[in-house]
Design a protein around this ligand. Structure first.
Ligand code: THU
Length: 132
C-alpha cells in the first residue's frame, strides 16, 4: 500500500455509491492517481445489453485519459466482497496498456486491503511493443 492508497480508497468508496448496476447489483468503485498526484474516480455503469457494461476501473482510466493524462501511477478497486475483488480480464489488459506495471490496491468495505502489481495480475501481457 502506497502513501496514496488510503486517499484513493476513500475516493473509490465514495464514487462506488454512484454505481449504475441495476442488473448485477454489484457495485464497484475505482480511482487512479497520476504521477503528478491528480486523481480520477469511476464506478461501473451497466447496460440493458449486458455486454456493453463498463467496469469501474475502465471508467476511472477513461476519465483520466480524456482529461489529457498519460502517466498513471496506481489504481484502486473497491467492492463489497469478503474476498477482495480483483480487476476482470478485460480491465487487466486496459490497466496494463494505460498504466503499465503499477500497484493495484484492492479493498472492501470492512477495511481489508491488499496491494498486488499489474505484472502479477497479467504476466506476459500483450501490448503495443508487439505491434512494432
Ligand atoms: N465489475 C467492475 O466494475 N470491476 C471489477 O473489477 C469486476 C466487475 C462490474 C462489472 C459489472 O457491472 C458488475 O461488476 C458485475 O460483474
Amino acid at each position: 500500500m502506497s502513501n496514496n492508497s488510503e486517499d484513493l480508497i476513500k475516493l473509490a468508496k465514495e464514487v462506488r455509491k454512484n454505481s449504475f448496476a441495476p442488473y448485477s447489483k454489484f457495485m464497484v468503485g475505482s480511482a487512479v492517481i497520476t504521477k503528478e498526484g491528480k486523481t480520477y474516480a469511476g464506478c461501473n455503469v451497466e447496460s440493458a445489453s449486458y455486454g456493453l457494461t463498463v467496469c469501474a476501473e475502465r471508467v476511472a482510466i477513461w476519465k483520466a485519459i480524456s482529461e489529457g493524462e498519460r502517466d498513471l501511477a496506481e489504481i484502486v478497486v473497491v467492492a463489497d466482497t469478503e474476498q477482495l475483488t480483483p480487476p476482470c480480464g478485460v480491465c487487466r489488459q486496459i490497466i496494463w496498456e494505460f498504466c503499465g506495471d503499477v500497484p493495484v490496491t484492492l479493498a472492501n468495505l470492512h477495511g481489508d486491503v491488499e496491494t498486488v502489481t499489474m505484472r502479477e495480475l497479467l504476466p506476459r501481457a500483450f501490448d503495443t511493443k508487439f505491434l512494432k
